[in-house]
Design a protein around this ligand. Structure first.
Ligand SMILES: CC(C)(COP(=O)(O)OP(=O)(O)OC[C@H]1O[C@@H](n2cnc3c(N)ncnc32)[C@H](O)[C@@H]1OP(=O)(O)O)[C@@H](O)C(=O)NCCC(=O)NCCS
Length: 359
């Protein structure tokens, strides 16, 4: 069999969770353009159980998730130590995800509790690093409202909750992306949920995957603060053979459907928070990249500005991606477990042959 570098175009398994066939993103058959308007809890339920819940089931599921947005005291104690370390927040999250899997009660942890703990831990890391007190879950609020509340300390408006729900839904799953595939590889060895998630966090951390959103904002900040010409900046980066973060995609060669939706949210929030200068730079960059290289913005391009408008520090952006993608990781771990086969590909050996070790 021919070697397929990067597994590009290789179909390694079947899935009923999401699809990017023909560059159309669907969740369990629903187009992303429609399901982006659902509630976050509905989408979690859909991705995990393959059907939308009725009102009664939705209410119960929401309460189940919200009630579990609590961390064990021992996790909080340890978090207070590690979260303040100078390392990147994604390194802290990597350790935290592993930590969540080491408390006494975890053996029976199931996806609803695991997702709720991850969201709460991510909010806690942000608060601790900002020297802010931790916020307790409010049982009257939804999962997204609580997540925003536990990060910012403010109960979000219904408009912000709606926009952020869409952001979270758009990041929830994306078939066999690098971190999800990583989670499935670990799941295929019959390892536990937290081990799979820790591995997935490690994969998401890299700049060619989830780490791109932070670098997008770094670029925007540099252009704005140093009053650089956006197009000249890009030309200079490309001349140095550097990739422009937030552009290009392995699957979407004619545009990422998530970016189209996110662009509108970024534009709206930029106006509301007086960040139009960043949005204008983004437009100039996007126009040039499309015209000159036929490269479109991907999911990380506009989220960078959205997170800035919400008041998040750029180092935390990839953690927010991780919070959303935990939904998909858990869906795929469950699916892998249901129809498990050990994932173990082969390689083509191209090193030296026929050597001998003289005794
Ligand atoms: C996402 C990504 C890894 C997809 O990679 P891929 O499918 O393997 O595509 P390639 O990296 O082979 O790119 C194909 C061509 O487009 C170019 N290209 C792709 N993305 C580019 C970018 N962001 N900036 C500049 N050039 C880019 C490559 O240099 C390559 O050119 P070549 O054929 O002359 O060598 C790639 O587009 C990238 O690195 N983007 C920046 C990081 C990013 O935003 N990641 C988030 C993804 S959601």
């Amino acid at each position: 069999m021919d070697c397929q570098k990067g597994l590009d175009g290789v179909v390694v398994d079947q899935t009923k969770i999401s699809s990017t066939a023909n560059a159309h993103l669907t969740y369990v058959g629903y187009p992303i353009e429609e399901i982006a308007s659902a509630t976050f809890e509905e989408v979690v339920f859909l991705l995990w159980y393959k059907q939308l819940p009725d009102q009664q089931k939705l209410k119960k599921f929401r309460q189940q998730l919200v009630n579990k947005m609590i961390l064990p005291a021992e996790t909080i104690r340890l978090l207070l130590y590690i979260a303040k370390e100078p390392q990147h927040p994604m390194s802290i999250l990597r350790t935290t995800t592993s930590l969540l899997g080491t408390t006494n009660d975890v053996e029976h942890d199931e996806p609803p509790k695991i997702l709720s703990k991850m969201l709460t831990a991510i909010a806690a890391i942000i608060r601790i690093r900002d020297n802010e007190p931790l916020i307790d879950v409010d049982p009257q609020l939804s999962v997204v409202e609580n997540f925003l509340y536990m990060i910012t300390g403010k109960r979000p408006s219904s408009e912000l909750t709606r926009m952020f729900s869409t952001v979270m839904i758009l990041h929830a799953d994306h078939e066999f992306n690098a971190s999800t595939f990583t989670a499935r590889v670990v799941a295929s060895t019959l390892s536990d949920y937290y081990s799979c998630l820790t591995a997935a966090v490690c994969a998401l951390k890299g700049p060619l995957h989830g780490g791109a959103n932070e670098r997008v904002f770094e670029m925007l900040q540099k252009i704005k603060n140093q009053q650089l010409d956006p197009v000249e900046y890009i030309k200079d980066q490309l001349a140095q053979k550097r990739k422009i973060m937030g552009f290009g995609h392995r699957i979407y060669k004619s545009g990422d459907p998530r970016a189209f939706i996110l662009k509108k949210i970024a534009q709206k929030l930029a106006v509301e928070t007086n960040n139009q200068a960043y949005y204008q730079i983004q437009q100039q960059l996007a126009d040039y990249m499309l015209k000159k290289y036929k490269l479109h913005p991907n999911v990380d391009y506009y989220t960078a500005l959205i997170y800035h408008c919400i008041g998040l520090k750029k180092e935390t952006y990839t953690m927010i991606f991780a919070a959303c993608r935990t939904v998909g990781w858990l869906a795929h771990i469950m699916e892998q477990r249901q129809e498990n086969i050990l994932i173990r590909p082969s390689s083509e050996y191209v090193g030296p042959q026929n050597r001998h070790y003289k005794i």
